[in-house]
Write a new protein. Structure first.
Ligand SMILES: [Zn+2]
Ligand SMILES: [Zn+2]
Length: 123
């Protein structure tokens, strides 16, 4: 009888490598589902086209005119006077983006985000 007391160390290393690769692959494939990129609103400052796109650092390329002048638009509604207004985020170091917005009508900072639910989400 041939007893294999010593297991082949290469086989064990190979097995570990396969497991590591499999786990890594699983994490990579699962991550995008767990953290989907948010779809946000943009408006082109060149041609005024409005569109929705995956969140990217503005300004982004406009699908209508091709100019890289589309900026992010965030809609707010004032809780006090119900006035709806928009803010445009032109770049990440835009000071506007850091400041808390205020209602242009009554000056209140009690604001709600107006969520524009995309039509394709209704599925
Ligand atoms: Zn445009
Ligand atoms: Zn207001």
């Amino acid at each position: 009888m041939v007893e294999q007391k010593k297991q082949n160390p290469l086989a064990i290393i190979g097995l570990i490598l396969i497991i590591v690769v499999c786990v890594g692959f699983m994490i990579k494939t699962l991550m995008p589902k767990k953290y989907p990129r948010s779809i946000v609103n943009y408006v082109c400052e060149n041609c005024d086209a409005r569109f929705r796109a995956e969140y990217q650092t503005p300004p982004i390329k406009c699908p209508e005119c091709g100019e890289k002048k589309a900026v992010r638009v965030i809609k707010y509604q004032c809780e006090k006077c119900k006035h709806i207004f928009e803010r445009r985020i032109r770049s990440m170091d835009d000071k506007m983006a850091m400041e808390m917005p205020k209602c242009p009508k009554c000056g209140s900072d009690m604001l709600m985000h107006v969520r524009e639910v995309p039509a394709e989400k209704a599925k």
